[in-house]
Design a protein around this ligand. Structure first.
Ligand code: ADP
Length: 454
């Protein structure tokens, strides 16, 4: 195989040699030919020279253009995703190198294409077999993809490449999707379709600050919801059923104490005191359980109003004065006297009583409990800061669960029910807000209760 340059040189030299040989032949023949035929001989020589040159040029051009048009055809096929057969190798070295590179490239692309197809198949299989319903929406609010686990009562079947407006049958879900797409935000919602309850989440997929698509996940939570309802029902029934016998035990124990007129140090007195102490604890637990049931069942209607937080804190401080002074603790209020919050006063009092009494219960004697509050354009924020035993990050998630205590003995000793923070969490939810705990850098905990301005 030769390079283009040497092929060209060789063919031109060949032509030159042929022409020279012919010229020598013509000169030699000239002496033997009648002078009147000489112009014809010359003419023949010129014709042979012209055709020879023409033939050589065509041969050279063909050697280059044939493989080039083959290459052009092949690249077009590759571009269209057809990797077909390999290109045959041309005689010219440079073109042979080019075709072998193109063959290599086609082979590699074909393998990558196959890998991608396999990956896509795997991904599709996974998506189709997920328990959750999964969908993707493009920027023009059209479905790109939907897996088969989305009930057709929520989104019509075969909705790919159709507008969400015409495909989503559930109005709540459609409104949720449209509002999240409008705000380019992620979000979560709960909705009901027939007898089933669902949660839906939507996430924008961004790259270089551009949103390419939205991925959504729909999950049937009917079973969870039913279990939760059963648990809530049990909790509610248990607290109702316990209330009457406990109140009656307390009544009888108090009557006994009054009637028996026992000596202060007698064993009987100690037993009766223990019965009364524990009945009081039981009554507190049952009352907390009933409060949670009321908050859970949304029986509590938010009675929100504007009021002075400072004044409410002073009332709370008065009612907790004994608890704090028993431990020589100081309650400092760093709250503006002019700050007015929009909330349910009774419920917010419950929150503050729970958080401040916890701050006192889980802090040493003589420590400081600080209450701070401020407002931004969007929300109110109240913080109860203590210098106590603190809460580890693992427990921080769980302390808002019912009956969860980090140290059960300590909680009991402090007269805790294990339900206070659960009540606080429910009240936060009722105010569309949240409560969370963080570590006080100086030791102790910071409980933050925040809720939006309405
Ligand atoms: P309890 O009646 O036991 O105080 P809560 O629901 O109010 O129940 O609190 C749950 C648990 O969280 C408590 O038992 C305690 O372990 C922990 N906890 C609450 N507040 C504090 C605090 N300020 N510092 C340390 N631990 C706390």
């Amino acid at each position: 195989m030769r390079s283009f340059f040497s092929t060209l040189l060789l063919l031109n030299w060949g032509l030159l040699l042929v022409l020279l040989a012919l010229a020598v032949g013509v000169i030699f023949l000239e002496d033997f030919i009648n002078p009147q035929f000489r112009p014809i001989l010359l003419f023949l020589y010129v014709i042979v020279a012209i055709f020879g040159t023409f033939y050589i040029s065509i041969t050279i051009a063909r050697k280059v253009t044939d493989p080039l048009s083959m290459i052009e055809k092949k690249t077009k096929e590759i571009n269209a995703g057809d990797f077909g057969v390999e290109l045959s190798s041309p005689d010219i070295l440079e073109l042979a190198n080019l075709t072998s590179s193109i063959n290599e490239m086609a082979k590699r692309l074909k393998n990558q294409f196959l890998d991608l197809t396999v990956e896509k198949e795997k991904f599709n299989y996974l998506l189709q077999n997920l328990k959750e319903g999964v969908f993707a929406i493009d920027g023009n609010k059209k479905f790109l993809f939907l897996n088969r686990n989305i009930p057709s009562s929520i989104i019509s079947e075969n909705s790919s490449f159709k507008e969400i407006k015409s495909s989503v049958k559930n109005r709540e879900l459609l409104q949720f999707m449209e509002s999240k797409i409008k705000k380019s935000a992620e979000g979560r919602t709960e909705f009901q379709e027939g007898n089933h309850f669902y949660t839906a989440r939507i996430y924008p997929i961004k790259s270089n600050d551009m949103i390419y698509l939205y991925i959504g996940v729909i999950l049937d939570v009917t079973e969870d919801r039913q279990n939760q309802l059963i648990r809530e029902q049990f909790f509610q029934n248990a607290s109702h059923e316990l209330k009457t016998p406990i109140t009656s035990i307390k009544g009888y124990a108090e009557t006994l104490e009054y009637k028996l007129n026992l000596l202060p140090n007698s064993n009987e007195r100690k037993f009766l005191d223990a019965i009364l102490r524990n009945t009081d604890r039981l009554i507190r637990i049952v009352e907390d359980m009933l409060t949670i049931s009321r908050l859970e069942n949304h029986k509590t209607i938010l009675n929100a109003d504007f009021f002075s937080l400072f004044e409410l804190l002073q009332t709370v401080s008065d009612s907790l004065g004994v608890i704090l002074s028993n431990k020589n603790q100081t309650l400092r209020l760093e709250v503006s006297k002019t700050l007015k919050v929009y909330a349910d006063r009774v419920l917010l009092e419950d929150v503050l009583v729970n958080l401040i009494s916890n701050a006192s219960a889980y802090s040493p004697e003589g420590s400081l409990v600080l209450v701070k509050a401020d407002e931004s354009s969007e929300k109110f924020k109240i913080q109860v800061i203590d210098e106590g035993i603190g809460i580890s990050p693992e427990d921080a998630e769980r302390i808002f669960e019912r009956f969860f205590r980090v140290d059960t003995n300590r909680s009991r000793k402090e007269g805790g029910t294990g339900l206070g923070l659960s009540i606080v969490k429910h009240i936060a939810r009722l105010h569309s807000g949240e409560v969370y705990v963080s570590q006080n850098p100086k030791g102790g905990s910071i409980f933050t209760f925040e809720f939006p301005k309405k």
